[in-house]
Design a protein around this ligand. Structure first.
Ligand code: AMP
Length: 281
C-alpha cells in the first residue's frame, strides 16, 4: 500500500492505471475509519483491480460554526486499516494543495441540496460536490462507493455524475450499525455514555415507524408525528428534522405508495447525527 499526498503524483499514477485498462474502485472518506467505511472498502476490493481510499477532512463542507477543527483525525490507525484491507493507494492531500488561496470554482446540485440536511447546512452539499468532482478528476475511478447513511449525499452525487456525464458507476451500500442499532459515524466519538444511550432512540424510532407502515399506516404526516413524539421522550435529543420523502426526488410524501425514505437529523450533545430507513412495499 502506498500513501500519496501529492495531487499531481496521484493524478499521474491514476492516468497510468487507466491506460493499462485496470479498473479503479474509489472510496472517498474524511478518515477516522470505522466499520461503515470498511464495508465500502471491502466492496471496492472485491470488484476492482485497484482500490484507492481518500482521507481528507474537506473544509468547505463545514459551516462556520461547525466542527471542522474538532473533527476526529487519526491517520495512523486509518493507514493500518487500509493496509489490512489490501488498499493499493491512500490519497491524503494537503488542504493548501486542494484549495490554493485563489481557489474559486464550485459545483452545485441546487435542488437536491436545499432539502433535508441542506435546510440546516446551507453550503454543505456544495462543498461535498466540489470536493468529489475534484477527487473524481484526480482519481478517475471506474466505480465510486458511498454509504446510505448519507443518503442525500449519495443521491446528489448520482445526479451530478449523470448531469456532468462522468463515466463513473456510483454504488450506494447499506448503513452499518453497531450492535445496539446506532448508525456508525466518526462523530459518534463525541457522545458521552448518556448521550450514546439517548442516541439509540433514533434508529428505534425508524424501526417502529417501519412497523407502523407495515401495519397499514401510510400517512406521511402521521408517521412524522409518531417519530417526533417518540424522540421527544429523550430530552438529550434535539431534533433538526424528521421527513418522509420520495427517495428519488426527496419531495415530502403525503401518502406512502411503493417506496419512501424516512430521514432524521438531530443533535445530541456536540454531535449532529443523521439516520434513515428506506421503505419498499
Ligand atoms: P465520511 O468519512 O463520514 O465522509 O464517510 C465516507 C463514506 O462512508 C460516505 O460515503 C459515508 O456515507 C460512508 N459511511 C459513513 N458511515 C457509514 C455507515 N455507518 N454505514 C455505511 N456507510 C457509511
Amino acid at each position: 500500500m502506498k500513501l500519496i499526498t501529492d495531487v499531481k503524483k496521484m493524478q499521474s499514477i491514476c492516468n497510468d492505471l487507466r491506460s493499462t485498462k485496470k479498473t479503479i474502485g474509489f472510496v472517498p472518506t474524511m478518515g477516522a475509519l470505522h466499520q461503515g467505511h470498511i464495508t465500502l472498502i471491502e466492496a471496492a476490493r472485491q470488484n476492482n483491480d485497484i482500490v484507492i481510499v481518500s482521507i481528507f477532512v474537506n473544509p468547505i463542507q463545514f459551516g462556520p460554526k461547525e466542527d471542522f477543527a474538532q473533527y476526529p483525525r487519526n491517520l495512523k490507525a486509518d493507514l493500518e486499516i487500509c493496509e489490512r484491507l489490501r488498499v493499493d493507494f491512500v490519497f491524503h492531500p494537503e488542504e493548501r494543495d486542494m484549495y490554493p488561496k485563489d481557489f474559486d470554482t464550485f459545483v452545485e446540485v441546487p435542488q437536491f441540496s436545499k432539502k433535508l440536511c441542506g435546510r440546516f447546512r446551507p453550503s454543505h452539499f456544495r462543498g461535498v460536490t466540489t470536493i468529489v468532482v475534484k477527487l473524481f478528476n484526480i482519481i478517475k475511478p471506474s466505480i465510486a462507493y458511498f454509504g446510505q447513511k448519507d443518503y442525500q449525499q449519495a443521491l446528489i452525487i448520482q445526479k451530478m455524475v449523470r448531469d456532468l456525464n462522468y463515466d463513473i458507476r456510483i454504488e450506494m451500500l447499506p448503513i452499518v450499525r453497531d450492535s445496539k442499532g446506532l448508525a456508525l459515524s466518526s462523530r459518534n466519538q463525541y457522545l458521552s455514555e448518556d448521550e450514546y444511550k439517548a442516541s439509540l432512540n433514533l434508529s428505534q424510532s425508524l424501526n417502529q415507524a417501519k412497523d407502523l407502515i407495515n401495519n397499514g399506516e401510510l400517512d406521511g404526516l402521521k408517521i412524522i408525528e409518531y417519530i417526533i413524539t417518540h424522540i421527544k421522550k429523550e430530552p438529550l435529543i434535539k431534533i433538526e428534522y424528521v421527513e418522509v420523502c420520495d427517495p428519488k426526488t426527496l419531495m415530502p410524501i403525503k401518502k406512502i405508495e411503493d417506496e419512501a425514505l424516512i430521514a432524521i437529523a438531530a443533535r445530541v450533545g456536540r454531535a449532529r447525527l443523521i439516520d434513515n430507513i428506506l421503505i419498499r412495499r
